[in-house]
Write a protein that binds this ligand. Structure first.
Ligand code: SAM
Length: 292
């Protein structure tokens, strides 16, 4: 019996056997703590009813723990050096498929159709490459793909921004974007010492559960997202000033904005950080009614 991939000993042996070096540019900080790895799988609530998509398997530490619990695991790794390594380290698990891919370039709905049977719930689990955490989360949330939840490790500060409450300094357009379609929370924090090499920052596991059916239904989703982004453009400015930046400063626009804000019962003097998702949805619909 070989020790599990996530043990420090085995990780070291694999790195030496294949002459591998860590690529900083790809965010390669591998987890070498079996307790943490198992806790991630527990937080993601993975069972035989689930198919899992893993982003960035590395040498397979998390993949192995997922494979023990899931029906099937599809792991997407960008670093081609790791593909033959994963083939060997995960050889005992017939329910794992590894493909070389850039998560930001793939269409998840297509991959799901191609590799899964449609009879299992799809869950996304990863220890993310931190240099692209935000683009990955936005890419996943933007997908029409039919998945149930996202459970991912990220830098602690980003985790706090994703799960912030209105009125706090961490609250921003990213928070609203996540809260729009998911119920999210920080599952637990992870110290930097459990990775090799150890990153400069502490980490946290964030769990995002897609709300089905959707709770918020703006009349025009593109305009809604545009409004949210624009409202936080200058975080210290009032909502009013950001709206002028977004829609224009002409007199007729100002009167339409005033009417829309009154309709939505939102004071022009507030900052965007005070508004929750429902406020933004209401405002977006009222702006649309004014033809903005
Ligand atoms: N899952 C492993 C673990 O927990 O030890 C490795 C996690 S490491 C933080 C991030 C992994 O994501 C690396 O293996 C890296 O090569 C991979 N990666 C980086 N950018 C990627 C991308 N755009 N698409 C897919 N994988 C990527």
């Amino acid at each position: 019996e070989r020790p599990e991939i996530g043990s420090g000993m085995r990780t070291k042996a694999i790195m030496e056997t294949y002459g591998l070096t860590f690529k900083k540019s790809l965010g390669q900080n591998f987890l070498t703590d079996l307790n943490v790895l198992k806790k991630i799988v527990l937080a993601a609530d993975v069972s035989l009813d689930d198919d899992v998509i893993e982003i960035g398997p590395g040498i397979g530490a998390l993949t192995e723990q997922l494979a023990k619990k899931a029906h099937k695991v599809l792991a997407l790794e960008i670093d081609e050096r790791l593909i033959p390594v994963l083939k060997e380290t995960l050889a005992d698990y017939s329910n794992v498929i590894v493909i070389r891919a850039d998560i930001l370039a793939v269409q998840l709905s297509e991959l799901i159709k191609e590799h899964f049977d449609g009879k299992h719930q799809v869950k996304i689990v990863a220890n993310l490459p931190y240099y692209i955490t935000t683009p990955i989360v936005l890419h996943l949330l933007d997908e029409e793909a039919d998945f149930k939840s996202i459970t991912v490790m990220m830098q602690k500060e980003v985790a706090q921004r994703l799960t912030a409450k209105p009125g706090t300094k961490d609250y921003g357009s990213l928070t609203v974007g996540v809260a729009y379609s998911t119920d999210s929370e920080i599952a637990f924090f992870v110290p930097k010492t459990v990775f090799v090499p150890s990153p400069k920052v502490d980490s946290a596991i964030v769990s995002m559960k897609k709300r089905i059916p959707q709770k918020y239904q703006p009349q025009n989703e593109v305009e809604f997202k545009n409004l949210v982004r624009g409202s936080f453009m200058h975080k210290r400015k009032s909502l009013w000033n950001n709206l002028l930046g977004l829609y224009g400063k002409e007199k007729n626009i100002k009167s339409k904005l005033t009417l829309a804000l009154a309709d939505a019962q939102i004071s022009p003097g507030v900052r965007a950080e005070r508004l929750n998702v429902a406020d933004f949805v209401r405002l977006s619909d009222c702006l649309l009614e004014q033809g903005l």
